[in-house]
Design a protein around this ligand. Structure first.
Ligand code: HAM
Length: 426
């Protein structure tokens, strides 16, 4: 036998037993986003590598170490998207969607990052990405956060809390960055190798380090929140006030910096203690300079992405997955004529009772086997299509979940008979 082909490390199959949770989450999100006036957009999984370099930043972990980049047959450098914001902004620019217009968009699909796989961290993972472009005020930041809070509530996910921060404008962040670099350089001997590497390209990311030996140094570092420009401070205060007004609890985390370079002002993250080391379930923020950086006319933007794999895990832990739907009716076929007639009969019933679910016994099997399958299917009612019955113009019906005898129904009145039998149960 040839060797089996293994799945790619960090890339998972979602099996039928798990799909209920995914579909429930996707359907709830789609419904909620529609209620808030967001429209779906679908963008390619592959983009020019340059897009991600320019949008996410050359010195980020994502661009430096994690991208699936390849040269295609035409010699172009392409990359599997590591996130959705860059592609959606590229689409807004390429399709002339800006010109003073505003858009509220969402997108769902797979993203790819070559990270070290562990629970909650995969190389192919799914995001629900939501973006509002053309809105400059803190009201939209607050509404996006309210939307996520409502989604957790609807899904019954309680083990999440919200952290927010402001990164200011690129100018105020530049000034802060100088101070932070000076502080860190003076303590370079205490930095770990990763942080020493980041000192040049991306010193703010050092604040994100999880290394316990670095925590004291980080705690004593100058704070970005103390260096905000007045407009960013006002924007942040407006956001905090609105969140208080609408009753969404939050913590200000002055060390929340995010791993992508395009952010300005508001950043936020929903974190959980239920997923081990991978604590972020949903993260985002404002990116007022990004569209201009991609060659579009300057347009503010704000958004977030939920890690769907992680949210599904939270759903499973909270045991909030709705049960899968079982068939209403299992159709047993007994005899050669019946086997030939069964499919046509069930197709007619499907036309007449489109809200009901029928499962036809496929692949033969004796009467006993077919009844065992009917029982396992969870159906409430079995229909027995047999040669004898067909000759008499009837079909037999047997309730499977209650003590009740078999009855016969004329084929001409079968849809009404099935519906009546199903309504009798319970
Ligand atoms: P991000 O923080 O890189 O932001 O990712 C968003 C979410 O995706 C994370 O909070 C996490 O739940 C999930 N995630 C990230 N990497 C993985 C992984 N390897 N395995 C499983 N889940 C993962 C962004 O991607 C931004 N584009 C969000 C955004 C949209 N900002 C503004 N608009």
């Amino acid at each position: 036998m040839p060797a089996q082909i293994q799945p790619v490390r960090g890339m998972n199959d979602v099996l039928p037993a798990q799909i209920g949770a995914w579909q429930h989450l996707e359907a709830s999100a789609r419904e909620l986003l529609t209620e808030y006036g967001y429209e779906e957009i679908r963008v390619p999984v592959v983009e020019h590598t340059e897009l991600f370099k320019r949008a996410i930043g050359e010195f980020t972990d994502v661009v430096e170490k994690e991208m699936y980049t390849f040269t295609d047959q035409g010699g172009e450098s392409l990359t599997l998207r590591p996130e959705a914001t860059a592609g959606i902004m590229r689409a807004a620019v390429s399709n002339g969607m800006l010109r003073g217009q505003r858009h509220k968009l969402w997108c769902m699909g797979p993203m790819f990052r070559h990270e070290r796989p562990q629970k909650g961290r995969y190389r192919q993972f799914y995001q629900l990405d939501v973006e509002a472009i053309g809105f400059a005020g803190a009201d939209v930041d607050a509404e996006l956060i309210a939307l996520t809070a409502r989604l957790w509530h609807r899904l019954g996910i309680a083990r999440v809390r919200l952290q927010i921060n402001s990164l200011g404008t690129p100018e105020s962040r530049g000034l802060y960055r100088e101070q932070l670099t000076a502080y860190l350089r003076a303590r370079e001997s205490q930095l770990d190798a990763d942080s020493r590497r980041r000192l040049e390209g991306n010193p703010l990311r050092i604040l994100d380090s999880k290394n316990p030996e670095m925590q004291e140094l980080i705690r004593a570092a100058p704070l970005l929140t103390d260096h905000l420009d007045p407009e960013s401070r006002e924007h942040f205060e407006a956001l905090c006030n609105t969140l208080q007004d609408i009753g969404v609890p939050y913590e200000v985390n002055p060390r929340l910096v995010r791993g992508l370079d395009y952010y300005s002002r508001t950043v936020f993250e929903w974190i959980t203690d239920a997923l081990g080391a991978q604590d972020a379930v949903c993260s985002g923020g404002r990116y007022d300079g990004l569209i201009a950086q991609l060659g579009g006319e300057p347009t503010p933007g704000v958004g977030f992405a939920m890690g769907v794999d992680r949210a599904v895990e939270l759903l499973a832990q909270a045991q909030r997955i709705p049960p899968g739907r079982t068939p209403d009716v299992y159709v047993v076929v007994n005899g050669t004529r019946a086997a030939a007639a069964g499919l046509g009969l069930v197709e007619r019933l499907r036309n007449e009772l489109p809200q009901r679910r029928f499962e036809l016994n496929l692949g033969g099997g004796n009467f006993k086997t077919q009844f065992r399958r009917a029982d396992r299917s969870g159906a409430a009612l079995a229909l027995i299509v047999g040669d004898d019955e067909l000759a008499r113009g009837v079909v037999s019906m047997k309730p499977l979940r209650q003590e009740a005898g078999q009855s016969e129904c004329p084929i001409g009145a079968l849809a009404a008979g099935v519906e009546a039998a199903l309504n009798l149960r319970g």
